[in-house]
Design a protein around this ligand. Structure first.
Ligand SMILES: Cc1cc2nc3c(=O)[nH]c(=O)nc-3n(C[C@H](O)[C@H](O)[C@H](O)COP(=O)(O)OP(=O)(O)OC[C@H]3O[C@@H](n4cnc5c(N)ncnc54)[C@H](O)[C@@H]3O)c2cc1C
Length: 297
């Protein structure tokens, strides 16, 4: 006799899945370096420039005058920041497209770079070519899970990579062009890029990639990027956060169980709002009914 399939208990509390470990705890051998601008330029011109873009919308003054006053400090820097904060929080994003940040990104895997270059709006990339560079000793990345795995599996992973890289060398030695020999490179192969992004794009990308649902390596990259922006401007760096922070709720379908506790899930926020609206309607009806009773009495 076959057993009846168990009927799921709708009241049962679902076991929470775990938050992926913070990738910042490992040294992954990657770097993100802010190439331009430096702190002086950011402090002197970036905040005044964003302020000028914001203020121009609400002022009779010409942008040149607004900018001049902001740069020399005639407009209180705290006032500049307050307006910028308000405008960014209102979602008027064009004001922060006027400033850009250029990064040197080094030692990331091709797995990461493929994800990174999916961002299109307000961002430019240049990446080390696997056609023109003939790699003598291509570097690779080993994920932490594989590093911590059974020694036999780890060894097989390393052998596989070594085999690919050694075949690459043999293909080149046999006169196969680099653009074809590279077909044996694994996703683990490290690469370098230059990325320039305006602040709006950077905030958008950070919103997606600092989220705990993002893949660990790209999450780590954006932790490094945020660190670099903080170093030149804690004020601007503070806008680089997982998207749930400015939203106030999590919209990731994979986090309905709220295993990531940074913000409540949208479904739960809406359910609580709906409950509250229902209770308010019921209280109004009860108060109306009580009023009617009193009038009749
Ligand atoms: C956790 C996670 C998992 C993912 N999984 C997958 C996956 O399994 N498979 C996959 O293919 N991709 C996946 N992606 C990539 C994702 O689908 C996007 O391609 C990537 O995040 C780029 O973001 P974006 O579309 O906001 O583009 P950006 O270029 O960063 O654009 C910024 C914003 O500009 C606007 N915009 C840009 N271009 C256009 C346009 N052409 N038309 C209209 N508006 C535009 C949009 O509002 C957009 O949000 C994943 C991303 C994340 C963060």
């Amino acid at each position: 006799m076959t057993a009846e399939p168990a009927t799921p208990d709708p009241t049962a509390v679902r076991a929470k899945t775990a938050i992926p470990p913070n990738p910042g705890r490992r040294d992954l051998g990657m770097k993100a370096t802010l190439l331009f601008p430096d702190r002086e330029i950011v402090e002197r011109f970036y905040v005044p420039l964003i302020y000028t873009a914001c203020r121009t919308c609400y002022s009779e003054e010409e942008p040149e005058e607004i900018f001049r006053k902001a740069v020399v400090g005639e407009t209180d820097p705290a006032r500049q920041q307050k307006l910028i904060q308000r405008v960014i929080e209102s979602g008027h994003g064009s004001t922060i497209e006027h400033v850009v940040f250029s990064f040197g990104i080094t030692g990331v895997s091709r797995t990461l770079s493929h994800q990174l270059v999916r961002h299109r709006a307000g961002v430019a990339f240049d990446q080390q070519s696997q056609r023109y560079v003939k790699f003598k000793d291509a570097a690779t990345m080993r994920p932490a899970t594989i590093e911590d795995a059974d020694a036999d599996l780890r060894e097989r992973f390393d052998d596989q990579l070594e085999g690919s890289l050694s075949l690459y060398g043999d293909l080149l030695a046999a006169g196969i062009p680099g653009e074809d020999a590279r077909f044996v490179f694994p996703n683990a192969t490290r690469t370098n890029l230059v990325m320039t992004a305006n602040l709006r794009a950077l905030i958008h990308m950070s919103g997606l990639r600092l989220c705990t649902m993002a893949q660990w390596e790209i999450r780590r990259l954006f932790q490094l990027i945020r660190h670099e922006i903080f170093a030149v401007s804690p004020f601007l760096g503070a806008f680089l956060a997982p998207k749930c922070v400015p939203l106030g709720y999590c919209d990731e379908s994979g986090n309905r169980d709220e295993h990531c506790p940074i913000r409540p899930h949208k479904d739960n926020v809406l359910a609580a709002w709906s409950e509250k609206a229902k209770a308010t309607r019921e209280a109004a009806r009860a108060s109306q009914a009580a009023g009617g009773e009193a009038a009749r009495g």
